[in-house]
Design a binder for this molecule. Sequence first.
Ligand SMILES: [Zn+2]
Length: 132
Amino acid sequence: MKWGPPRARLSADEREAVYKTACGGDPFPICNICFQPIRAERKWVISHMPTPRALDGTVTGIAHKKCNDLRWRTIEAPMVAKAKSQYKTARDIKASSRNPLPGGKDDPLRRKKKVTGEVIDRDTGKPWGDRR
Ligand SMILES: [Zn+2]
């Protein structure tokens, strides 16, 4: 499942401009996840810290690729999954269960199990199996 518009692939010149902006006068830019300098020979990516891009976060700086990947795996992916799930549940978008609970509201046989343990027909209120 894709979320949002495709990620723009930056040219070398665009990446250099982003890098220079992030440096802001210092020799190396600061990772906005671990707050350590992104030194030479380290991979970096554009970061949306603290709101992930999948949740409409905006670009807030650059981060080590390792920091960003770790943050995605451990924090953001579960957070995004939960947020999407809650969105769907709240708006009744989620499909009902493939295996509905017998006697539950989605039971295809229209049974209803009462607190007493008695199983009745949801439509008629008569005991289940008593179809005369
Ligand atoms: Zn970092």
